[in-house]
Design a protein around this ligand. Structure first.
Ligand code: FMN
Length: 193
């Protein structure tokens, strides 16, 4: 089993990466493979098509995803939002029913608002949302500061353990003959019948 972790920061090895790396290490310790995909500036340059194509291939191979973003102006980064708009349009059916978690990193504020935005991609797409024992945030401006955020580190570790447990439970359910629900045709009314 494998989890794809998406780093929605402009900084490849910054605070968001540090949080994702803690989750990845915990998943690895629990027997789950991981891969971290860096979004960065590719989302706002001519490279977005290739990036979404690459991510779509990774999505097909993964059993769960984690999306991490720094907080920019109390929201997820513009880069990750552009990327997710495109990825969920292209790969939504391959992401459906796969467990997912959103993580944010901030110096101080805007974390829960950012997590809410990211969770909405999952909850329109029938993806079980994995939680921890606090909202999934770390605090700091540098990786070193994030590692000194003891509570943030513990939240990421707990999230990794919970994700591993859910993935194994789904696998056990499949082996026991529990079928995944088929997609429901959507009723789209635009509020008018
Ligand atoms: C453009 C920009 C806007 C930011 N806005 C906020 C903010 O609204 N609230 C906050 O606490 N930190 C804010 N920060 C700080 C980052 O969220 C914080 O340093 C984060 O941990 C950086 O993660 P990274 O190293 O993965 O990029 C901002 C940083 C940048 C570059």
């Amino acid at each position: 089993m494998k989890v794809l972790l998406i780093n929605g920061s402009r900084r490849e090895n910054g605070c968001t990466y540090t949080a994702l790396d803690i989750i990845a290490k915990t998943l690895n310790e629990n027997g789950i493979d991981t891969e971290i995909l860096f979004v960065g500036a590719k989302a706002v340059t001519g490279d977005i098509d290739a990036l979404v194509k690459q991510a779509h291939e990774l999505v097909k191979q993964c059993d769960g995803i984690v999306v991490g973003s720094p907080v920019y102006y109390a929201s997820p980064s513009g880069e990750v939002q552009i990327f997710l708009d495109r990825l969920f349009s292209a790969a939504g059916s391959d992401l459906r029913l796969k467990p997912a978690a959103a993580v944010s990193s901030a110096r101080r504020a805007g974390t829960t608002a950012s997590i809410d935005v990211l969770n909405k991609y999952f909850t329109i797409n029938e993806m079980p949302v994995v939680s921890s024992n606090y909202w999934n945030m770390v605090h700091g401006n540098t990786p070193d500061e994030v590692l000194k955020d003891d509570e943030g580190v513990q939240i990421m570790q707990t999230l990794g353990r919970n994700m591993a447990w859910l993935l194994k439970s789904i696998e056990a359910g499949k082996a026991a003959g529990i079928a995944q629900p088929a997609p429901t045709p959507k009723t789209k009314t635009n509020f008018i019948r």
